[in-house]
Design a protein around this ligand. Sequence first.
Ligand code: DC
Length: 225
Amino acid sequence: MDPRVPVLTIDGPSGAGKGTIAKAVAEKLGWHYLDSGALYRALGVAAMNDGVDLSEETELVALANKIKLEFKQIPAGEWGVFLDGKEIQQHLQTEQVGAVASKLAVFPAVRDTLKQKQRGFQHHPGLVADGRDMGSVVFTEAEYKVYLTASAEIRGKRRYKQLIEKGISANLAHVIQDIEERDSRDKNRSIAPLVIPQDALYLDTSNMAVKEVLEQVLNVVNNKT
Ligand code: DC
């Protein structure tokens, strides 16, 4: 890790609001943004496209090494994820792909391969990295660390609203159930489980407005510099 490039890690369970906050903070600071979950999801899409068995670690690693993943600006002003040159943003958000990503994320060699890709995002003037193990494994030396969470019900409702707004059909009870299953898998896997990194600011956002969370996260960086 290049000590001259500051990193802010934002970890937490699915639906905690990491993406919204991380993107807004990156924009305010003028830093790069890494959505590490999108890398796991994109690998999931590639595995489904190629019919790779999700229990075959060696095949998943070979696939992770073979595919080309890029984040590029798309005309709408949003960032799009490209898999081998093809824009796949719309496919990434489905609950099915989230569940597949969480399943392949249990394999140590898969995590290691994606970790190298994640570290490649650290460029001047700084990086905001969102995920499950950004502060605890991938960027352990990061100067700024935050852990965001909220109750499973609130996270489920937020995720449901996002899906509906994007025109993706969803069922609230299923979304909450899926979040609870994913929490359990992400927290209980033997390698790089979801943990609260040491020295991280812990924020339960269940009853907080986005603006308030954003302010507190920005303070983590601004109060130290
Ligand atoms: O943040 P997300 O919901 O897009 O992530 C999808 C899955 O990818 C998540 O359930 C577990 C896995 N993941 C991970 O293991 N480590 C990360 N740093 C990011 C995501």
